[in-house]
Ligand binder design. Structure first.
Ligand SMILES: Cc1cc2nc3c(=O)[nH]c(=O)nc-3n(C[C@H](O)[C@H](O)[C@H](O)COP(=O)(O)O)c2cc1C
Length: 191
């Protein structure tokens, strides 16, 4: 089973990415396959909004969104990690979210069973960001709130979370919790 993490922070050595690593390492320690995609290392353009996706077998934009969407929609679990920018997700994450419209217009519902959210901010707007990402997970993959494991925390300078043992511990727990949900969903039901 595979857990794919999508990271929306543009900062190398940033807080969100570090915590995502902790969660993935925990999942890997439980024998799960993991992959981290840092959006800023790829080209994911904003949606063009022509509303004509359904007429095309592939998105008209020639960028990295299609393969990232494939990974997202075929994962068993996903982790979305975003810092708070102006009370919301980063532009990188929002572009990825909007490009999911292609899947929606083609009736493709990601098979993702559960998700983790890692949202880090310097002071305010964390709840707004979590709400927006939760709503996206519900709309795109029909993941209910009780299958979304959320970690939020405060940090500002790059790498600040490295000296926050409780956030690191929470991130590892998030990774472990996703593996538990997946394992129980795939275990044979008792009669
Ligand atoms: C353009 C910009 C907007 C930001 N807006 C907010 C905000 O609204 N609320 C907040 O708590 N932090 C805000 N921050 C601070 C970041 O969320 C914080 O530095 C975070 O640790 C960055 O995460 P990263 O290290 O994973 O990139 C903003 C930072 C930038 C660069």
């Amino acid at each position: 089973m595979k857990i794919v993490a999508i990271v929306g922070s543009p900062r190398p050595g940033g807080n969100t990415s570090y915590l995502v690593d902790q969660a993935l390492q925990e999942a890997a320690a439980h024998g799960f396959e993991t992959e981290k995609i840092i959006l800023t290392r790829h080209r994911v353009n904003p949606c063009l909004g022509h509303e004509d996706c359904a007429s095309f077998s592939a998105c008209r934009q020639d960028d990295d969104a299609p393969w990232i969407l494939d990974k997202f929609s075929s994962a068993d679990a996903v982790i979305l990690g975003s810092p708070v920018y102006y009370y919301n997700m980063t532009a990188q994450m929002k572009a990825f979210v909007d490009r999911n419209y292609f899947l929606y217009t083609h009736g493709i519902s990601p098979r993702v069973l559960c998700a983790g959210l890692i949202v880090i901010g310097g002071g305010a707007g964390i709840e707004h960001t979590v709400r927006a990402l939760r709503r996206f997970l519900k709309l795109s993959a029909d993941i209910p709130d009780d299958r979304i494991v959320t970690l939020t925390g405060y940090a500002d300078k790059p790498g600040e979370v490295k000296s926050n043992p409780s956030l690191i511990e929470e991130a590892r727990k998030l990774g472990g919790r996703l593996t538990e949900i997946l394992a129980s969903a795939h275990s044979p039901k008792s009669v």
